[in-house]
Design a protein around this ligand. Sequence first.
Ligand code: SF4
Ligand code: SF4
Length: 137
Amino acid sequence: MKIRAHHLLCINFFHGLGYNEKFIENLKKIVEKLRLNPKLEVEVVGECDDICAACPYMVDGLCKAEEDSEEEVKRMDVLVAKRLGIRFGEKLEAEKVLAVWEKFSPEDLKEICRTCDWVEECTKILREKKRERFEKT
Ligand code: SF4
Ligand code: SF4
């Protein structure tokens, strides 16, 4: 499975929203597969991936949601990869993919995801995850 770096975050904060039914179903299946196969190797990439594959905005292998989307999503990919200390092409096990949220703060999300419509919802989910983790310790 190939996942672009900023989608590692989207996977962690997926809350059932997406661009259309096909996109949502595909993302649900990917998240489920990762949960069921903790050792599955995921290649982290800086280009269109298995999530983009079902997106209505992917055209000729590029993100065309807005005029400058390709540059914007690459900016996000670079920031996420840098924070995780991984290079494009490296592999992460599914259980690590599902734990990347631990390395990000709500402030990080506000910067990385500043142009995404779902940034408020994802930030809220991150805060909840952190609170739950704190209560368990
Ligand atoms: S909006 Fe762009 S980066 Fe996001 S899933 Fe669609 S094609 Fe991929
Ligand atoms: S705010 Fe957008 S880009 Fe950021 S994790 Fe959520 S869905 Fe993905």
